[in-house]
Write a protein that binds this ligand. Structure first.
Ligand code: O2Y
Ligand code: MN
Length: 597
């Protein structure tokens, strides 16, 4: 337990409102994790997977109406409306607290309130932050065990005086006496994922799924942390972190921001096809970066696990994720095989003859629907990843040498571009765009701007967020800043075929970046940045035509000019909070394009 008065008062006040039958303080032990698994199995939320196939793992199916983050029900409740900016849903904090208080009133009746003290980042690290999530969901407790560091060690670091992010979560389904519980309790009518950045609070109601309910992840580590980072001079980013080692044993650390479902987990665990090169994982989704005493940006992964998209994950696309999830994992909304294992689309070369789909219906190849939900997930401890870097929990973080931005673009955008400097890199990050895929709601192939892949995750005005990036660039000697790159694995030819093989072959681009950082690889200046010379990209053993390479490494000034009005239109969103430096960058781009033949 704790003698932290602020924490005791928080629990007392929230319990008085939610009125749970009992309060349970999480200690973070393995026994507690096992207890949560048993609770879920007893309640019908989960079933054990066959021990010989997938030891110590459970299979969970959510309510069909509770399957993903709900952006339209996600609110930034800053005191001043303008601080949430035009890209977030805003609600007045007092009004929202009033609305939510009536929903939370008695919402945990018949249930247990679990108190989860957690650390985002290695417990005790000076970059880490503490949060406490109160929840009535054992599924949330078990997932938080994997995704964060939970329990008594965190309370020790918190001490009697320490402060913490206050998180309150309820599935919004009080359990009446003698009434049977739903296998996945949630509230179909009322869902609210609310952030109060001024007071560092998160109140989430009605959903038990992923980013809506595991409050350490998107809510704390991105939306609230981005505000803390702005106020304290550091960065909370939607980025993977990887360690790249060359055959001589030299190491560089890279971070990468890509919109959701653009392959961050795959890149973070890539198995290079170039002999002697090695990729190791530090994180697959979130990076917190802070200046070290040496003036370099150092990154930690605030999480302790992976909440990865299952469909499309295979031995070919991500061997290390498959191996990591081979035991002691939670599988949500996948399909179940007759042998008691999981399956999802893309997992195997051949489809199984028969499985039970995520909605408990028989499924067979060609039946006309998917067996797993497109947003089916595995929750797996990062420590189980075969290529987790030994220093992944270094409390001081790792020094960042390069930052990658990228999105899914069929045309125009080359394979890789190096920014001229930090300001130019910030500019290209701010215009990050991606074409929508069938997995996302809306029209396929539509261009969506997702600056720095942070649009759904920034807890304040994106215009101010851009200014914060520019400010970070002025906080140290420019030579110590990471270099910035823009990558696009998804360019297609005139027939619609991908020009670049992607996946493991992306190591060739990583190698070029590594050698640029070392001042060894050649590049040529173009109007949009520096591109590899064809010889500087290692293509040994790769079957790619000269014509495809030419297309991948070409900047067509005419095509690029058509991008400029789109960029200007995108920028109108941010009004007078758009940094003037970005208008200057657009002008410089136009001038360079005008000079190009
Ligand atoms: O649907 C959810 O709740 C999960 S969203 C998610 C999970 C892990 C990593 N990234 C994301 C994302 O949407 O960026
Ligand atoms: Mn993500």
């Amino acid at each position: 337990m704790t003698r932290n008065q602020k924490l005791l008062e928080f629990v007392e006040q929230m319990a008085a409102m939610c009125r749970p039958d009992r309060i349970y303080w999480c200690d973070g032990t393995e026994e507690e994790y096992q207890l949560m698994m048993r609770l879920m199995v007893q309640a019908g939320t989960a079933i054990w997977m066959d021990h010989s196939k997938r030891p110590n793992s459970i299979y969970v199916r959510s309510d069909p109406l509770d399957v993903a983050r709900v952006e339209d029900r996600t609110f930034i409740c800053s005191v001043r409306r303008e601080d949430a900016g035009p890209t977030n849903n805003w609600a007045d904090p007092m009004d929202m607290k009033r609305t939510l208080s009536s929903l939370f009133d008695g919402s945990m009746r018949g249930r247990t309130m679990f108190v989860i003290p957690y650390s985002m980042g290695p417990t005790g690290s000076h970059i880490a932050k503490i949060g406490v999530e109160l929840t009535d969901s054992p599924y949330v407790v078990a997932n938080m065990h994997i995704m964060t560091r939970v329990g008594n060690k965190v309370l020790e670091v918190l001490g009697e005086e320490g402060d913490f992010v206050r998180g309150l979560h309820s599935v919004g389904a009080p359990l009446e006496k003698s009434a049977p519980d739903a296998p996945w309790p949630c509230n179909a009518q009322h869902k609210y994922i609310c952030h109060f950045p001024d007071t560092r609070e998160i109140w989430s109601f009605g959903s038990g799924y992923g980013g809506n309910a595991l409050l350490g992840k998107k809510c704390h580590a991105l939306r609230i942390a981005s505000v803390q980072a702005r106020d304290e001079g550091w960065m909370a980013e939607h980025m993977l972190i990887l360690k790249l080692t060359n055959p001589e044993g030299r190491v560089h650390y890279l971070t990468g921001a890509f919109p959701s479902a653009c392959g961050k987990t795959n890149l973070a665990m890539l198995v290079p096809t170039i002999p002697g090169w090695k990729v190791e994982t530090i994180g697959d989704d979130i990076a917190w970066m802070k200046f070290g005493t040496d003036g370099r940006l150092r990154a930690i992964n605030p999480e302790a696990g992976f909440f990865g998209v299952a469909p499309g994950t295979s031995m070919k696309t991500n061997l290390n994720a498959i191996l990591a999830a081979s035991h002691s994992s939670i599988f949500t909304n996948c399909a179940l095989t007759p042998e008691g294992d999981v399956w999802w689309e893309g997992m195997t070369e051949e489809e199984p003859p028969e499985v039970m789909d995520w909605l408990r219906r028989p499924w067979y190849p060609g039946c006309g629907r998917t067996a797993a939900h497109p947003n089916a997930r595995f929750t797996t401890p990062a420590a189980q990843c075969p290529v987790i870097a030994p220093e992944w929990e270094d409390p001081d973080g790792v020094p960042v040498d390069a930052i990658l931005f990228g999105g899914r673009r069929g045309q125009v955008i080359p394979l890789v571009t190096e920014a001229f400097d930090w300001q130019h890199g910030t500019f290209i990050g701010s215009i990050t765009s991606s074409e929508t895929t069938a997995a996302a709601a809306g029209k396929v192939g539509q261009l969506r701007r997702d600056p720095m892949a942070m649009l759904p995750f920034c807890g304040y005005h994106m215009g101010d967020y851009f200014s914060h990036w520019l400010k970070i660039g002025e906080m140290t000697d420019p030579s110590l800043l990471p270099r910035i790159y823009y990558v696009n694995w998804f360019r297609r030819d005139s027939q619609g075929h991908f020009l670049w093989p992607g996946y493991a072959e992306n190591c060739r681009v990583l190698k070029w970046i590594f050698e640029r950082v070392d001042g060894k690889a050649q590049a040529i200046d173009t109007p949009i940045g520096r591109l590899p010379t064809p010889e500087s990209l290692d293509l040994s053993g790769l079957d790619i035509s000269a014509a495809a390479l030419q297309e991948l490494l070409t900047v067509d000034a005419g095509e690029m000019r058509t991008e400029v009005p789109l960029i200007k239109e995108h920028y109108t969103t941010f009004g007078d909070r758009l940094p003037k430096e970005f208008n200057e960058q657009v002008k410089l781009l136009e001038e360079r394009l005008a000079k190009a033949v």
